[in-house]
Design a protein around this ligand. Structure first.
Ligand SMILES: O=C(O)CCC(=O)C(=O)O
Ligand SMILES: [Fe+2]
Length: 315
């Protein structure tokens, strides 16, 4: 396979008028590098800016405040600096980041208690998390169109049917990679190499780059910041569902010496299929239907397995 040197930019303003074209671009990206930039999506820039401000106000709180909301096996809450290993098999030290996972709202309320700095913007955060979900539904519709899912199996709505917002395990995650500390830090990268666990991830990057994507077994390429674009990647659930056709590509975050004086903030939105959904190969003429080895997990089982390994939760 030729090596892939860049991440394609896909214009979703054409999705309403020419869905086939957008779906084909998405298909080509997902079969090769597993990443693309979504431009002209429906999430207003001012909402993204505001979310980063709210995120900063949370991370600025004293440590004792933040640790009151410590993350547990429900995947909601605060993870401390060095608290998570995204590459648990290889890392000697946790990631050089702190984070807060905000699970999907339920019945208009946060999934579990959230700090006052979030609570005072609860309506806004719920709206944002639903806008992210809707952007993901457009991508999932593009997947189904490109994969030619038969109409009797749901056609273009195939994935939409297995991605409810209400009751989902979707997470809007706030991350802060603090400036400094790189000289004592033992690892070469500040977030370990990993693939994402869900079906699709939307990532909002801001000001400070550092994300790298494994373009081939030996080559990492930068995923630079593109103003206004959402960095989108295929997650494990989609790779399993497509029996390896779509690539859940490894990625990591590096230290960049020219940005050492700045805190890095990012905001991934992890989209999960309904937890009881089987990850057996989907009905597409492009997807090999033979299951080679191992058991077929449900989306929920797959997620729990990966989360337990990276956070060290009790199993
Ligand atoms: O911070 C980033 O840019 C990427 C974070 C990431 O890949 C993750 O949390 O899964
Ligand atoms: Fe990731």
């Amino acid at each position: 396979m030729p090596s892939i040197h860049s991440i394609p930019i896909i214009d979703f303003s054409e999705f309403k008028t020419n869905p086939e074209k957008v779906a084909q671009d998405v298909f080509n990206a997902c079969k090769s590098i597993g990443f693309f930039y979504m431009v002209n999506h429906d999430i207003p820039a001012k909402d993204i800016d505001k979310a980063f401000e709210v995120s900063k106000s949370f991370f600025d709180l004293p440590r004792e405040e933040k640790t009151r909301y410590k993350i547990s096996a429900n995947n909601h809450g605060y993870s401390e600096l060095l608290g998570q290993k995204l590459d648990p098999e290889n890392q000697r030290q946790g990631d050089h980041k702190e984070g807060f996972n905000l699970r999907a709202f339920e019945g208009g309320k946060p999934y579990a208690p959230i700090p006052a700095v979030f609570q005072e913007h609860a309506e806004f955060l719920e709206r944002l998390s639903k806008s992210c979900h809707n952007a993901a539904l457009q991508i999932l519709e593009a997947f189904a169109i490109a994969l030619h899912i038969p109409t009797e199996q749901g056609g273009k709505h195939f994935f939409v049917g297995s991605h409810n917002y209400e009751g989902s395990e979707n997470v809007l995650r706030f991350l802060k990679y603090p400036r400094g500390g790189e000289s004592e830090y033992k690892e070469p990268v500040r977030a370990g190499a990993h693939s994402d666990y869900g079906s699709v991830t939307l990532l909002f990057q801001k000001d400070v780059p550092g994300l790298e994507v494994q373009a081939s077994r030996t080559e990492w390429i930068a995923a630079p910041l593109i103003p206004g674009a959402i960095t989108v990647n295929v997650g494990d659930q989609m790779e399993l569902w497509t029996n390896g056709l779509f690539k859940s590509t490894m990625h990591r975050v590096t230290f960049l010496p020219e940005h050492n004086h700045l805190d890095r903030y990012s905001m991934p939105y992890f989209v999960q299929a309904n937890s009881d959904t089987s990850l057996a190969p989907i009905p597409s003429p492009y997807v090999d239907q033979t299951v080679k080895d191992g058991a077929i997990y449900t989306a929920g089982e797959h997620l729990q397995k990966r989360l337990a390994a990276s956070h060290g939760f009790e199993k």
